[in-house]
Design a protein around this ligand. Structure first.
Ligand code: PGA
Length: 259
């Protein structure tokens, strides 16, 4: 059985007050809703504390958007895994394409962050995905394979159980242009095959693979019904409580049996 996870990645949006407003509104939207999906909300660092307090007693989990790979020390402006843990974070997003693109995160850095987060008992949402030039150049699979292999190198099957992969084609992020359900399915199946080659069929069959990139209420049902799409990482459409709730409600109620 594979867990479905719908996560909100707010990026650099919402201050503390806006975070509170969202959480009240979202909990209202979700009253009485039965879903098999795990819901994760990833506000900016400054709102983690407030979000944690407001989410107490709810089934919704808290996630952060980034961490540093060192334990602690002279790294001005950075946040460690232990700090995130102390704020009640359950998940952390690692290797988002914006971090790779604008903040110079290499596969090597991403791998270090994955290990650090897991060692601190944080669950990881690892982002991978190709650029438009890479897709047009026919190297999508090559890029995905490189990113997955680098980030998962040396992990055990047990560690993999605390990791989620988000397939996020860069050309679909924030552009309004989502991957087609078939494009998503193909990439997810390829990622699953790559993980199977590293850690075995059993581990890869249980791995949650989210799709991210212009997910919205209008396309969520179709994307989420693909056999290898086990949830969504949502940016823009997660900023409004009603649209994020609609996406959560789009996830299939029954968890498909892993195949
Ligand atoms: P988007 O962002 O939904 O705004 O395309 C997704 C993401 O970057 O995680």
């Amino acid at each position: 059985m594979r867990k479905q996870i719908i996560a909100a990645n707010w990026k650099m949006n919402k201050d503390v007050n806006e975070t509170s407003e969202f959480i009240y509104a979202f909990q209202n939207e979700m009253k009485g809703v039965v879903t098999a999906a795990e819901v994760v909300i990833c506000p900016p660092f400054i709102a983690l504390d407030t979000a944690f307090e407001l989410l107490q007693g709810s089934p919704f989990k808290l996630g952060a958007q980034n961490l540093h790979f060192e334990e602690d020390g002279a790294f001005t402006g950075e946040i460690s895994a232990r700090m995130l843990k102390s704020l009640g974070a359950h998940y952390v997003i690692v290797g988002h394409s914006e971090r790779r693109q604008y903040f110079g995160e290499t596969d090597e850095i991403v791998a270090k962050k994955v290990k650090k987060a897991l060692s601190a008992d944080l669950k990881v949402i690892l982002c991978v995905g190709e650029s438009l030039a890479e897709r047009d150049g026919g190297v999508t699979e090559k890029v995905l394979e490189r990113q997955v292999k680098a980030a998962l190198a040396g992990l055990t099957e047990q560690q993999l159980a605390s990791l989620v992969i988000a397939y996020e084609p860069i050309w679909a992020i924030g552009t309004g242009r989502n991957a087609t359900p078939q494009q998503a399915q193909d990439a997810h199946a390829f990622i699953r095959k790559t993980v199977a080659g590293m850690l075995g069929e059993h581990a890869s069959a249980a791995l949650t693979i989210q799709y991210g990139g212009s997910v919205k209420p209008e396309n969520a049902v179709e994307l989420l019904s693909q056999p290898d799409v086990d949830g969504a990482l949502v940016g823009g459409a997660s900023l409004k409580a009603d649209s994020f709730a609609k996406i959560v409600k789009s996830s299939p109620k029954e968890i498909p049996t892993a195949h």
